[in-house]
Design a protein around this ligand. Structure first.
Ligand code: RP5
Length: 163
């Protein structure tokens, strides 16, 4: 997107991309400028901090962080900024995302991380949550979000079951 990003989607590995795609798709659908990056808390900590500092200084207002395993990505990002951090646990190990979920949701008091569901549903909801945050100060986005939700309701009402 060419506009200045309002949301940063950060993933710990390129292998997380597929799971975070629903977040990216919803941001696109709602017309929210975003930027997606692969940055790891343990493999590229310096570059991660550098990016978070720069992104938040230049307009990013919500950060979505997806990672698997001992997922400290969202927590270390939250430690470096007051911009809200929405975490998406990813099933990347034999523990199927429970490891990542607990790592994200069990942040010690003082540094909050808002943790969504494991995997793609959580990724989609992270984007919707980011949209809700941004819509508090953006009436046009609020309308797009309301229309998006109304369409989902209509899909349920229009559902046809086999005879
Ligand atoms: C985490 O380890 C990443 O977020 C990813 O979910 C997991 C596996 O990473 P790769 O080995 O695929 O790079 O840091």
């Amino acid at each position: 997107m060419s506009e200045k990003p309002l949301v940063a989607v950060i993933m710990g590995s390129k292998s997380d991309y597929d799971v975070l795609l629903p977040a990216i798709e919803i941001l696109r659908e709602l017309g929210i400028p975003y930027e997606a990056r692969v940055l790891s808390a343990h493999r590229t900590p310096d570059q991660l901090f550098e990016y978070v500092e720069k992104a938040t200084a230049t307009g990013v207002r919500t950060i979505i962080a997806g990672a698997g395993g001992a997922a400290h990505l969202a927590g270390v990002i939250a430690a470096k900024t007051l911009v809200p951090v929405l975490a998406v646990p990813i099933a990347a190990t034999p523990l199927n995302g429970l490891d990542s979920l607990l790592s994200m949701v069990q942040m010690p008091k003082g540094i909050p991380v808002a943790t969504l569901a494991i995997g793609k549903p959580g990724a989609g909801n992270a984007a919707l949550f980011a949209a809700e945050i941004l819509a508090l100060n953006d009436a046009a986005l609020y309308q797009r979000l309301a229309a998006w939700r109304a369409n989902r309701a209509q899909e349920v009402l229009d559902a046809k079951l086999p005879e």
